[in-house]
Design a protein. Structure first.
Length: 223
């Protein structure tokens, strides 16, 4: 393998939402990479991850002697390294908005992430969500509606064509499905539901899910 080839260090595909983000981004833009899968839910996990990532967390992107251990930093590195790919929107103002909503996902929505962890193969419908999850869900729906209404005319994604923003929000769509969140309860006019379907129908999402199923089966967990 060439020294500058990409190696993407990933956690368990059923559970690791942060791993899904750069993986999906690279698959959607046909950027070749080798997967390094690390079991992060069994004894010795931190030691195994530290062999690849100085933070002890996944994902991490390795290329040559460089390691990048943050999802947003990986995204920016790929955008700079592959300027011909529309990882971010071309228009400056649109790009700024895409970066803002991406950063909001990167640093926020702690209630949703904490109370509804990604379980992409699971089905755990809830009758009622907490106030915090409801607040996070309402804000996410607002973001999606704003992006789709203002920038989404050229396709089914937040900024029309698939971008880094979609990769960042993709795990949220799987959470809403897993926990049976009724988006209309939080102000959705159908825009969010349609967007979720667009993400969840992507071939790479199906590929990721099936790979996660195989990983779980290998560990004796049936889905």
């Amino acid at each position: 393998m060439p020294d500058n080839a990409y190696r993407l260090v990933l956690g368990d595909k059923n559970f690791s939402s942060w791993s899904l983000r750069p993986w999906l981004l690279m698959r959607m833009f046909d950027i070749p990479f080798e997967e390094i899968n690390v079991d992060i839910y069994n004894p010795g996990a931190r030691k195994r991850v530290l062999e690849h990532s100085p933070s002890g967390k996944v994902p991490a992107l390795k290329t040559g002697d460089l390691t990048i251990w943050d999802t947003l930093a990986i995204t920016e590195y790929l955008a700079e390294t592959h300027p011909d790919y529309a990882i971010w929107p071309e228009d400056r103002k649109t790009r700024a908005t895409a970066r803002a909503v991406t950063a909001e996902m990167h640093s926020g929505f702690e209630n949703l992430r904490g109370e509804m962890p990604m379980n992409i193969l699971g089905s755990k419908p809830v009758d009622e969500v907490s106030v915090g999850v409801g607040r996070d869900t309402t804000r996410i729906i607002e973001i999606w509606r704003m992006c789709r209404t203002t920038y989404g005319g050229d396709g089914p994604f937040l900024f029309g064509t698939f971008s880094a923003a979609d990769a960042m929000y993709a795990p949220v769509t799987t959470r809403f499905r897993t926990y049976g969140v009724r988006l209309t309860d939080f102000g959705d006019d159908g825009t969010a539901e349609t967007y979720c379907r667009a993400i969840l129908s992507l071939e790479p999402i199906a590929e990721w899910s099936e790979s996660g199923r195989k990983q779980m089966k290998e560990r004796g967990i049936a889905y």
